[in-house]
Design a protein around this ligand. Structure first.
Ligand SMILES: *Cc1c(COP(=O)(O)O)cnc(C)c1O
Length: 406
């Protein structure tokens, strides 16, 4: 007999128990009835875990000793001089495995273990989330299966090899265009087939409720640290700007989380304009802004000429997603977050600029956030925080094949 859950759902974001954000336009949990029980079980386990000091202590310990947190907030001196203001980089690129994704993967791995699930499944596009998940499964002794489109397997060899070395099974998905959307569909189908023993570890702030809220919560350590670091480094209580790139929205959710209620902090989300927002080759979901249900929640997506959800395009595999998490759809629609879009060329130029000025090679995704600096105007005493979501080792080939046009 199914009884009503007695677990209190304590939300730190403006989201209701059904998973709708703000005024209720975006979010929710649109899943086949076969998955309803899994989602309810997951939600109960999640709200119970985040309220459990032992669980959170273990998570914090691993963030400190395994991931290497807190990550520095670094004053980029030469970049600051270039833009005539004060620019600080939140160094998520220095995390173990080279990006922010591990923050969330560790917490969800611990949750899987707590729920008694012996098997974790995940989907991946560029392979970054697959590597983070495979890493955590090795750490916690969990079985790991990663679904990945065949096209992406070809494009992302080194990450596929990394996952296999970590003990994960990488399953190629042939349907559709063999990219991220197809991998997500296959992971959801697998979860339906094997609900009781499987934990589906989602890597971005997307999917049916409670995933977007969970991922935001498990990335919120980023803004928690920024909030403590800014006064020490700058003497100001708050930054004037926090800038982050958005694919599905997890690093941005983490960087914005503890500032959403601080109206004086301007939050800037940067999405991938690909070849331009006036073409069909981009991933600028909030700029273009069509509504649809995608992967379990109502959100903003890009559509093609026929009104169908479009095949996205970006030079950056991590931003190449046709939707965005419902939290961001609401933050953008309500005006709390300013949305900018950077093209492939602008992102590559920004990567070369940062590398030459600071000796830091950013991930292609993060380069979009750096590129936003070109589009903004700052006062000399502004404090500008850019979330450097990951390192660029994986993108060297792309950078070196694109001329430095900066
Ligand atoms: C995956 C990835 C992103 C995009 O995902 P979000 O969920 O939007 O953060 C951004 N930066 C890096 C380095 C990534 O690996």
């Amino acid at each position: 007999m199914k009884t009503e859950s007695t677990i209190t759902h304590k939300h730190r974001l403006p989201v209701n128990d059904e998973g709708f954000y703000g005024d209720g336009r975006f979010g929710g949990s649109f899943v086949p009835s076969g998955l309803r029980g899994n989602i309810d079980e997951l939600a109960d386990a999640y709200y119970e875990a985040v309220a459990d000091d032992d669980f959170m202590e273990e998570y914090r310990r691993l963030l400190r000793d395994y991931v290497g947190r807190p990550t520095p907030l670094y004053r980029a001196e030469r970049l600051s001089r270039h833009y005539g203001t004060n620019i600080y980089l939140k160094r998520e690129d220095l995390n173990h495995t080279g990006a922010h994704k591990i923050n969330n993967a560790i917490a969800m791995g611990l949750l899987a273990r707590r729920m008694g699930k012996r098997r974790v499944i995940a989907e991946t596009g560029a392979g970054q989330h697959g590597v983070a998940t495979a890493t955590v499964c090795a750490l916690l002794g969990l079985e790991c299966t990663v679904f990945m489109g065949e096209t992406d397997i070809e494009r992302q060899r080194p990450n596929v090899e990394r996952m296999r070395m970590l003990g994960a099974e990488v399953v190629g998905v042939k349907s559709g265009t063999g990219t991220l959307t197809d991998a997500v569909n296959e992971a959801l189908a697998e979860w339906c087939r094997n609900p009781s023993e499987t934990f589906y570890l989602i890597g971005s702030a997307v999917g049916p409720h409670p995933y977007p809220e969970m991922v935001a919560e498990f990335q919120s350590v980023i803004s928690e640290e920024i909030k403590a670091q800014v006064p020490v480094l700058t003497g100001k209580a708050f930054p004037d700007y926090v800038i982050a790139c958005v694919g599905g929205g997890s690093n941005a959710a983490g960087a914005f989380f503890n500032f959403i209620d601080e109206g004086a902090v301007r939050l800037v989300a940067v999405e991938a304009a690909g070849h331009g927002v006036d073409t069909y080759e981009n991933a600028a979901t909030m700029t273009l802004g069509s509504e649809a249900v995608l992967h379990g929640s109502r959100t903003l997506v890009i559509k093609d000429g026929e009104g169908e959800i479009a095949e996205p395009y970006s030079i950056s595999a991590g931003l190449d997603y046709p939707g965005v998490g419902p939290l961001h759809a609401w933050l953008a629609a309500s005006g709390r977050v300013t949305v900018l879009a950077a093209t492939d060329d602008e992102a590559v130029a920004a990567a070369h600029r940062l590398t030459r000025l600071e000796g830091i090679i950013p991930a292609l995704e993060s380069s979009h956030a750096i590129a936003a600096l070109e589009k903004m105007h700052f006062y000399p005493d502004d404090v500008v925080v850019v979330n450097l979501s990951g390192r660029g080792d994986k993108d060297l080939e792309t950078y070196l094949s694109c001329p430095d046009i900066s």
